[in-house]
Write a protein that binds this ligand. Sequence first.
Ligand code: FAD
Length: 451
Amino acid sequence: MVIGAGSAGRYGAKAAAKLGAKVGLVETGPFGGLCILKGCMPTKAYLRSSELIGLLKKAPEVGIYPGKQVGIRFDQIKQRKDKLIAEMADDAHKGIIRHPNITLLSGRARFLSDKEVQVGDARYAAEKFLIATGSRAIIPPIPGLQEAGYITSDEALELESLPESMVIIGGGVEGTEFGQFFARMGVRVTLLQRSERILSHEDEDVSEALAEFLRRDGIDLRTGVREVMIERDQEGEWISFEEHEKVQRVEAEVIMLTTGRTGNVEGLHLEAAGVKTHPLGIIANDYLQTTNPNIYAAGDVTGGAQIVNMATYEGDIAGTNMVQGPVRMADYRVFPRAVFSDPEFAKVGLSERDARERGIPVRVGKFPFSDLGKAIITDRTEGFVKIVADPQRGEILGAAVVGAEASNLIHQAAIAMHFRSTLEEYAKISHIHPSLAEIMLYLVDEMIGKE
Ligand SMILES: Cc1cc2nc3c(=O)[nH]c(=O)nc-3n(C[C@H](O)[C@H](O)[C@H](O)COP(=O)(O)OP(=O)(O)OC[C@H]3O[C@@H](n4cnc5c(N)ncnc54)[C@H](O)[C@@H]3O)c2cc1C
């Protein structure tokens, strides 16, 4: 029995069904899961529109003058997104219902014991379970927030028109992507971030580059923010906060929260099944078993990286292990991920900062796009590539790309890492000239002193 038909649940159900199990897949919401309905796909559909606005602004640099005023039809942007995700959800649905070993059940599942769940009025028994119920936005206890009202990414994707101004609280991945989108749509955006840097878990040069991109798009970026509260006076509603010990006030039509997500465990009645949790979700081991070895958990609900490539990977492993016993172990060494800012940021494996904090000796190389032929001729010279390598053998342990096509370029490093390639080995691979991909080769050549 698989609970939740998002990315992790569908992959888990298919893996178990392929091995011959009879699988019940329970879904309480509209079919599709977060990635298709309210996550990766709708946001990236929106970002395509804001990316084009960015390109039009840069067009005069390459001799193209698109006119003074760029017209934005937000209703059309939303309709396009709605149509695309409906088609994707439909395709995913077909992929499940045509499967002979999978029965899709509609309703909210809740454990009655470690062998039985209730879905609506019906009860279903199973030998093994997979919990893949995803995540929900964390709502921080900000004074005055409930009275003032707020939106999360879910509602931001359903706005029918653009507000004039917006305060986004939280400078992580979502805050960065939505902030840039709305700013390019002409919304006055203020972004509040508690730490001194946005994307505070990343390397300092990465955070600084992305902050610069956001500022350039007109975002009023405030860092080191404390004591946020919503106040109301005769003039209207204000968001007040301390910024480096000084009290500041901003006005906004819409408050958007991008303060992280936590696993969906409420209402599952996990106690009945002997499944234990940590503050951000369900505890699972590397076989994706929970504290009850017959019950597995995968995807966002475990409170891990919360990216879809990890949800599908974990779902697949859990689905296999449910049928064959705990035979497959998750390996998190190579997991590329991206922030779809413009220009983008992507990384894989060990970062320079991780290495420093964990005391791992590494060799770090960095190469700017401004020294790359293809970047120069196509006017995409911002950003850099970094490689983190083992100082002795030269094995590539991690990479980061800030710049054009980062979410694609990072796969070169991911593939190299998968095969445990050294810098010397990588340098033997021929790259197309001129291409953005060459940046990786130039950096590797520099690191091994070959150029
Ligand atoms: C705005 C946004 C943008 C994102 N963009 C990206 C991106 O570009 N790239 C990327 O890799 N990741 C992105 N993510 C993250 C990605 O969407 C998630 O990591 C991934 O979709 C999680 O998949 P999942 O299967 O764990 O959960 P979900 O897809 O959320 O599936 C869980 C399912 O369980 C159902 N459910 C919950 N409780 C019950 C119950 N009791 N009974 C039955 N069913 C239940 C839910 O209705 C849901 O359909 C984004 C997330 C957000 C919020």
